[in-house]
Design a protein around this ligand. Structure first.
Ligand code: COA
Length: 371
């Protein structure tokens, strides 16, 4: 028995949710380029859950239902008010999602129709949790969701307390589409492993949030912004990178386990980052990012930016605090997690691989007094 470290290249599941083939990312057979250009996040949601794009009436119903279900149980709001103001936002989200299960009478029911209802609940409530926590820690009261709004509009409204402008909604909507699913990434795998024991949807999503949090996965977008802030201005990029690369440190937002020729999502985020920079009349983050890309992709390893790299400047231009970047990733990826969870339930087998034992053998226990 042998294993490639990190299961690199191992096919661990069959899935019809999304694919990465020859560097092209598709959801249910549609390229993300096509989806980003011609659909909204809610259409993508429907596609991931139902396997086909919705018609107009189905889309309207979905948007309305999501809006109606965005109100949080008061107990969850009380919990958000009681946690330390400087608590890690992903830890808060993980706790809140786990808590939501206690207020869903069908939480334990894993029949596919019930699992879909739980998916809807989670998709509706995650933006409300993140926005409520952000407001509470700034001394502001959480606000009631709009009766009919897309996820992007609802989140920005719940966060800012005023109706967002069209460009902001559109930029966030595209970012949500681009982060929605990604085949068997670490958090999706964690979700599938959890529910393959026939555990419930909330447990699967709670596991996934825990996996997404790490800096080698969703946490990278925050690390990118921390780097941009540390560098401070475009004229300091070269010296900063020279030092960092000499110390053989990783540059966050570059490289990918699967895409060796570049992440197909990065170009869309780069475009959005530029548009927002121009709209806000503040090109600092965008210009720094472009210079970093030039240096890192032109270096010895020719590393290309991944999805997290330009997300950082996009979210900052949208006025989203840095520590909410990974929760925002979860707001989008919960669509993919739940699509995979539903797929797992529909044709389940316990996921239980083996480990190659490399520890000592033939040990004999010495009586405790002789150790
Ligand atoms: N900065 C500098 N060097 C990097 C790098 C980065 N971001 N990513 C990879 N490398 C280097 C590695 O050090 C390694 O060099 P070596 O062959 O001299 O040892 C080589 O490129 C191969 O990288 P490896 O770590 O084996 O790739 P991986 O498939 O295991 O890792 C990531 C993929 C994503 C974990 C890795 O690229 C990384 O840590 N990136 C930064 C974090 C990030 O942006 N994560 C978000 C992913 S969407």
């Amino acid at each position: 028995m042998t294993e490639p470290k990190g299961l690199e290249g191992v096919i661990a599941a069959k899935s019809s949710v999304s694919s990465i083939e020859d560097g092209v990312l598709t959801y249910r057979g549609y390229s993300i380029d096509d989806l980003t250009e011609h659909t909204t996040f809610e259409e993508v949601l429907y596609l991931l859950w139902e396997g086909r794009l919705p018609d107009q009436a189905e889309l309207r119903t979905l948007i309305k239902t999501l809006s109606q279900q965005a109100t949080l149980p008061p107990e969850v709001v009380t919990m958000l008010q009681s946690v330390p103001k400087d608590a890690n936002s992903m830890a808060v989200l993980r706790t809140a999602v786990s808590m939501l299960a206690l207020f869903d009478p069908d939480a334990q029911n894993i029949d596919v129709p019930k699992a879909k209802q739980a998916a809807l609940q989670l998709q509706a409530k995650l933006p409300a949790i993140v926005a409520a926590f952000a407001r509470i820690r700034s001394g502001l009261a959480p606000i009631e969701p709009l009766p009919e709004a897309t996820v992007a509009e609802q989140f920005l409204y719940l966060l800012r307390g005023v109706r967002p402008d069209h460009t902001s909604i559109q930029a966030l909507d595209q970012a949500l589409i681009l982060h929605a699913d990604h085949e068997l990434n670490a958090s999706t795998f964690a979700a599938r492993v959890t529910v393959a024991t026939l555990s419930d949807v909330y447990s699967g999503v709670t596991s996934a949030i825990g996996a997404l949090r790490g800096p080698l996965h969703g946490g990278a977008n925050e690390a990118v912004m921390a780097m941009l802030e540390e560098i401070g201005s475009v004229d300091r990029v070269d010296a900063y990178l020279e030092e960092k690369l000499a110390r053989k440190e990783k540059i966050m937002g570059f490289g990918h386990r699967v895409y060796k020729d570049g992440d197909p999502r990065a170009k869309h985020l780069k475009k959005m980052s530029q548009q927002l920079a121009e709209q806000n009349n503040d090109r600092r983050w965008y210009d720094m990012s472009v210079r970093i890309e030039e240096i890192v992709s032109g270096g010895k390893k020719q590393l290309k930016p991944n999805v997290d790299f330009y997300s950082a400047s996009v979210y900052t231009s949208l006025g989203i605090p840095r520590d909410l970047f990974t929760p925002l990733f979860a707001i989008s990826r919960v669509s993919g997690w739940t699509a995979h969870i539903i797929e797992q339930y529909a044709d389940n087998r316990l996921i239980r691989p083996r480990a190659e034992y490399v520890g000592p053998r033939d040990q004999k226990v010495k009586a405790i007094v002789h150790r």
